[in-house]
Each structure stands twice: as structure tokens, then as C-alpha cells.
Write a protein that binds this ligand. Structure first.
Ligand code: HEM
Length: 268
């Protein structure tokens, strides 16, 4: 800006705009002044012209001001809480490592016991990096049993001792009413209606399981301000269906006890 100002003063003098022009200016014949074309820059144009450097300075100043304000207000962010992946070391590390496509057995290594490895959890066959919360998932953390495995079943049932696996078969029953026996023999039509009702209830219950699972997926895939993130898939080989998972497991006690009830009168 100082440069601009001195240029402005100079140009004013050159044009003879000063109230006391130098004497020598009177004696010398006036120079012919050619007007600059639209494409030529006129060094005498004065203070209205901004150089690129000036623009950069202004933008830099504004950024500095905004960053300081943001840090002052949020306490830990210079971008008003926005934390791009490039500023997160865990993301960069994971990106350099490449996708973690692991079998269930390989996944176990990432349970937080080796501090040089990230802490990973899996939900519904997708693996997420949760290293940002060792107090939850690291050794001694309140949810450390989730680390290094796909424990989707227990994410839904809440049974952290028996259900630390990814088998969702039959889990929907936790949302379906337990029916008491009807106090009398049901007619054929009533039995048919009851069966249809159960099928409807099962569909609704499966949706609830899906919603519960989606909720956890959302948390681990960028939720909570992006501190967790997706890193790979559980490799379960070709097919990856439920074959090979054995018999359908019984609903755990806690989930059984939480089921809604339907009395004999309601059934009959
Ligand atoms: C199906 C049952 C439950 C599951 C699967 C579950 C799972 C979790 C998980 C994974 C976290 C860590 C979230 C994160 O990484 O940010 C968490 C946090 C927490 N859970 Fe649970 N939880 C369950 C039930 C409960 C219950 C019944 C309570 C209370 C009695 C509870 C209290 C808490 C608290 C206080 C936190 C910390 C929240 C925070 O600081 O953001 N949870 N839970």
C-alpha cells in the first residue's frame, strides 16, 4: 500500500496537479501525453489499481482473522470445526496403508493391544478405524470388547458376553411380541390371520434391526465429527452368505427379556 501511495503522489506531481508546481515545469514545453489503450497499463493511473500481491495480502489477513476467531471460539479448530482428512494423521496413515480387507481371524490383531496398529471394529462386514477413541475401544476401554471383531449382533442385542459376532439371523425376534397361548382353540381362519400377522411383524422387526445396524454404521463412517472412518471389508470368501455360520443362535437372555408381550386375550 505504501508503494501505491508513493506512486499516487508521484503521478499527481507528474500531472502538475500540485498547488505549487516546480518552476522548471513552466519553462519546459508540454510533452504530448498519449492516452493508454484499454490493454496498456498506465503507471500514472494512480491509487485505484490493486496488484495481485495486495489481493493476496488482504485474503491472507482475512484468513488469519477468521482462524484466530475460530480458534478463540471453538478452542481447538482454526476452521470453525471443519477438519479435512488431510489434517488427520490417522486418515493419512490409513490412506498410505491401503484398504484393510481382513478375515475375521486377521481382524483380531487390531484390537488395540498392539499400539503400533490402528484399532478397528467391524459392523455388518465393513471395517472402521476407531483409533481416535482408545478410551472406548482400547485396552481397558468401556467398549474394548468390540475392537478387532465384527460384533454386529451384540450392537443390536446389547449382550456383550454372548453375542460378539456378526450373525444377525433371528435377531429380529427381539422386536417381536412373545405370545401367550390363547385360552381356547383358534379357528382355522384365526390361525391363518395370526400367521399373516406374525409375518408382518417379522418384516417390521427386520427393518428395526436394519435401522439399528445403519445407526452404528453411520457413527463409524464419519459420524461424531468424522473421527472414525471406513477402512475396508471383512473378507469372508466367496458366497459370504450365512452358510458356514452353523445353526441359528438363540436370542440372548437380555434381548429375550426385553421382548414385548401379547396376552392370551389379545391372541384369542
Ligand atoms: C445395545 C446396547 C448398547 C450398545 C451396543 C452400546 C454401545 C456403545 C458404543 C459403541 C459407544 C461408543 C460410541 C463412540 O465411539 O462414540 C457407547 C458409548 C456410550 N454408552 Fe453405550 N451402548 C449400549 C447401551 C448403553 C446403555 C444401556 C447405556 C447407559 C446405561 C450406555 C451408555 C453409554 C455412554 C454414557 C456412552 C458414552 C457416550 C459419549 O461419551 O459419547 N450405553 N455405547
Amino acid at each position: 500500500m505504501t508503494a501505491l501511495r508513493s506512486r499516487a503522489n508521484l503521478s499527481a506531481q507528474d500531472r502538475g496537479a500540485s498547488s505549487t508546481p516546480p518552476l522548471a515545469a513552466k519553462d519546459t514545453p508540454p510533452k504530448s501525453i498519449s492516452k493508454p489503450t484499454a490493454y496498456e497499463s498506465d503507471p500514472d493511473e494512480g491509487p485505484s489499481r490493486l496488484s495481485l500481491l495486495d489481493v493476496l495480502r488482504v485474503l491472507g489477513g482475512l484468513f488469519l482473522l477468521s482462524s484466530s476467531l475460530s480458534y478463540f471460539i471453538t478452542g481447538d479448530s482454526i476452521l470453525w470445526g471443519y477438519r479435512p482428512a488431510i489434517t488427520r494423521p490417522a486418515r493419512i496413515k490409513a490412506w498410505l496403508h491401503g484398504p484393510y480387507d481382513l478375515t475375521d481371524a486377521q481382524l483380531l490383531i487390531y484390537n488395540g493391544s498392539d499400539p503400533s496398529l490402528p484399532i478397528l471394529v467391524a459392523v455388518n462386514g465393513t471395517i472402521y478405524d476407531v483409533s481416535a477413541s482408545p478410551h472406548f475401544y482400547g485396552p481397558g476401554g468401556s467398549y474394548s470388547f468390540f475392537a478387532g471383531r465384527d460384533a454386529t449382533r451384540s450392537f443390536v442385542t446389547g449382550c456383550f458376553d454372548t453375542d460378539l459376532n456378526g450373525d444377525l439371523r433371528g435377531v429380529e425376534e427381539m422386536f417381536m411380541p412373545v405370545e401367550e397361548e390363547a385360552g381356547r382353540e383358534l379357528t382355522r381362519e384365526e390361525r391363518r390371520e395370526r400367521k399373516l400377522k406374525r409375518e408382518r411383524e417379522r418384516r417390521v422387526a427386520r427393518k428395526k434391526v436394519d435401522e439399528a445396524v445403519r445407526g452404528w454404521e453411520r457413527l463409524f463412517d464419519g459420524g461424531k465429527d468424522g473421527k472414525y472412518f471406513l477402512v475396508g471389508k471383512v473378507d469372508r470368501g466367496p458366497g459370504s452368505g450365512w452358510e458356514g455360520w452353523g445353526d441359528v443362535k438363540e436370542l440372548c437372555q437380555k434381548a429375550r427379556e426385553g421382548r414385548p408381550r401379547r396376552t392370551a386375550e389379545e391372541v384369542g
